[in-house]
Design a protein around this ligand. Structure first.
Ligand code: NAP
Length: 198
């Protein structure tokens, strides 16, 4: 029986935006993925101040609603302690034993894989897809031959950091992320100050 090809879209998603959604869609097309599972991080490694994981999970859920090729997982949000990709992939593999996994995330992050926990144990678990912003060249990390692919995504000119700064400055964020996520940010008063972060 041939294995189902699944994307695992890891990220902080603080907040999720159209760049992430386009990247998932492009990766699905390029690698013939049946589905892409969005996996918001719990406590991201090496990061101090981020929005509570339940807010980031809910925004991601709102953003992917209605797309039957997108799904969401709580594995990283529910696992206590820092989020490590090796754990993410083991948990998703356990839930989908007949799947071939493609871990999709920012290429900046993948370029640091040498510093990740149990990096050498990641290679047998998934093919890695690093998505890049236009004009950003990237060094492919030391990895087994063919284990990492790069995909340039023009829509990734949008960034979560920029969106948070715009909200804080009172600037518009229309057309950068789904309306349901904009409404959620407003209703929960996220990013206007240090509120909503932990
Ligand atoms: P990040 O520092 O928040 O993001 C790095 C860059 O990649 C940013 O430019 C970000 O843009 C972009 N990016 C992040 N996720 C993306 C996605 N899914 N699609 C497109 N662009 C994305 O990185 P992070 O979110 O903390 O980590 C990304 C993933 O790598 C997570 O699943 C995390 O658990 C994993 N990771 C694992 C380890 C480890 O195992 N030790 C260490 C680091 C990261 P935006 O800001 O616009 O999103």
């Amino acid at each position: 029986m041939s294995k189902i090809r699944l994307g695992v879209m890891g990220g902080t998603f603080d907040p999720i935006h159209f760049g992430h959604l386009v990247a998932a869609s492009e990766a699905a097309s390029a690698f013939h993925l049946a589905k892409v599972i969005f996996v918001p991080t719990g406590e991201p490694w090496q990061k101090q101040t981020i929005t509570d994981s339940e807010h980031r999970y809910r925004m991601t859920q709102l953003a992917i609603a209605g797309n039957e090729h997108f799904d969401i997982s709580r594995v990283d949000v529910d696992r206590p302690g820092p989020t490590y990709t090796v754990d993410t992939l083991r948990d998703i593999a356990a839930e989908h034993p007949n799947a071939e996994l493609f871990f999709i995330t920012g290429a900046d992050s993948i370029s640091q894989i040498g510093t990740w926990k149990d990096a050498e144990q990641i290679w047998p678990l998934a093919h890695l897809v690093g998505v890049t912003r236009p004009g950003h060249s990237l060094e492919v990390p030391k990895s087994p031959h063919g284990a990492v692919s790069l995909l340039e995504i023009p829509a990734l000119a949008i960034s979560s950091t920029d969106i948070r700064a715009r909200v804080k400055a009172g600037k518009p964020i229309d057309y950068l992320l789904p309306e349901a996520v904009i409404d959620y940010i407003q209703q929960n008063d996220l990013y206007r100050s240090d509120q909503g972060t932990k």
